[in-house]
Design a protein around this ligand. Structure first.
Ligand SMILES: O=c1[nH]cnc2c1ncn2[C@@H]1O[C@H](CO)[C@@H](O)[C@H]1O
Ligand SMILES: [Zn+2]
Length: 330
């Protein structure tokens, strides 16, 4: 099924996992940054994983190289602009892009400068292309509670000015979300929307933890089907699952894709949508996700329409903005 011309919405996409390899090479040469190779084809292998990737922890190592070229305002704006351009060319009408500001302080920028540089690149692209973008700021699980509060404060400062919410990302296996209970309590009290990566490297118990913190959206949440009570809860609370099949293949979150639960979720009125997670690290895009899924399960245009609608419903934007996007889908 060719979906190039179908309008698309995506809620789960990491900026640093989605850099153009040619740009990584160009920026590294410009700034004299050491790379393992200066051959573009070989570099692509360093920037992405294949089916031999072991687990999430190994997957996360792939973010080191893109991180090296994302340490100046100019470069941060450039890669942000390019990602939005890539999305616009794939016919996206709305996307939420996420990244972790703490990973971009190595050359002396402060957190505000990092966020503003990314917003600047996004703004430049959204002026040129007919696409709406908002930004999510990631708290990293392995960093301190103090740093998590910095991200909360940063989100509060820029909310409504290009930033729409918070995320918790990183090593789910070794760092439970409950470490950040205080942060998410404050976020909830202040009405700051958030999503939490859960149910990817661990099973339903990790999803329960995220829900106990008040998450109304889950990054992946894919393993929720293992627990019937959890399925009931997702349905009752209308909690959204941001599903990313090819990423799940790479982190081994799901063993058998013939039973990939996305279809089951949608058929059972669970709010699930389709996402790419990391366009470069997982060497993917929306079309590839659909092709990949189609080789295991039946999905059709009606399903894609449902994914889009679910994504819009759960987006961290106003009701008016949601209506506008729904009209655009027609
Ligand atoms: O699928 C994922 N699960 C958990 N963390 C992830 C995933 N993809 C990327 N990141 C982490 O989020 C950071 C900010 O964008 C990335 O640097 C990476 O460490
Ligand atoms: Zn993710």
């Amino acid at each position: 099924m060719n979906i190039q011309n179908i309008k698309k919405v995506e809620l789960h996409l990491h900026l640093d996992g989605s850099l153009r390899p040619s740009t990584v090479l160009e920026l590294a040469k410009k700034d004299d940054i050491e790379l393992p190779t200066y051959d573009l084809n070989k570099l692509k292998k360093y920037l992405s994983v294949d089916e031999h990737n072991k687990d999430l922890v190994e997957y996360l190592k792939k973010f080191e190289i893109p991180g090296k070229v994302m340490q100046t305002k100019e470069n941060l704006s450039r890669v942000s602009y390019e990602l939005v351009e890539d999305l616009a060319k794939d016919n996206y009408i709305y996307a939420e892009i996420r990244f972790a500001p703490h990973f971009h302080l190595e050359k002396g920028l402060n957190l505000e400068e990092v966020v503003e540089a990314v917003l600047k690149g996004i703004e430049k692209a959204t002026k040129k292309y007919d696409i709406k973008i908002t930004l999510l700021l990631c708290i990293m699980r392995h960093l301190s509670l103090e740093k998590a509060f910095e991200i909360l404060n940063l989100t509060e400062k820029y909310i409504g000015k290009g930033v729409s919410g918070l995320d918790l990302a990183g090593d789910e296996f070794n760092y439970p979300a409950t470490i950040f209970k205080k942060v998410f309590n404050v976020a909830r009290n202040k009405g700051i929307p958030f999503t939490i990566h859960a149910g990817e490297a661990r099973g339903p118990e990790s999803v329960w933890e995220a829900i106990s913190l008040g998450a109304k959206r889950l990054g992946h949440g894919i393993r929720s089907y293992e627990d019937e009570r959890l399925i009931d809860c997702l349905k009752k609370e209308d909690i959204a699952l941001e599903c990313c099949p090819i990423s799940n293949l790479h982190t081994h979150a799901i063993k058998d894709f013939r039973n990939y639960p996305l279809k089951f979720y949608v058929e059972n009125n669970i709010n699930a949508c389709l996402n790419t997670d990391n366009r470069t690290v997982s060497n993917t895009n929306y079309q590839k996700e659909v092709d990949f899924l189609s080789s295991y399960i039946n999905i059709d245009l009606e399903d894609i329409n449902k994914f889009n609608k679910n994504a819009i419903k759960s987006a961290f934007i106003t009701e008016d903005e949601k209506k506008q996007l729904l009209n655009k889908l027609k």
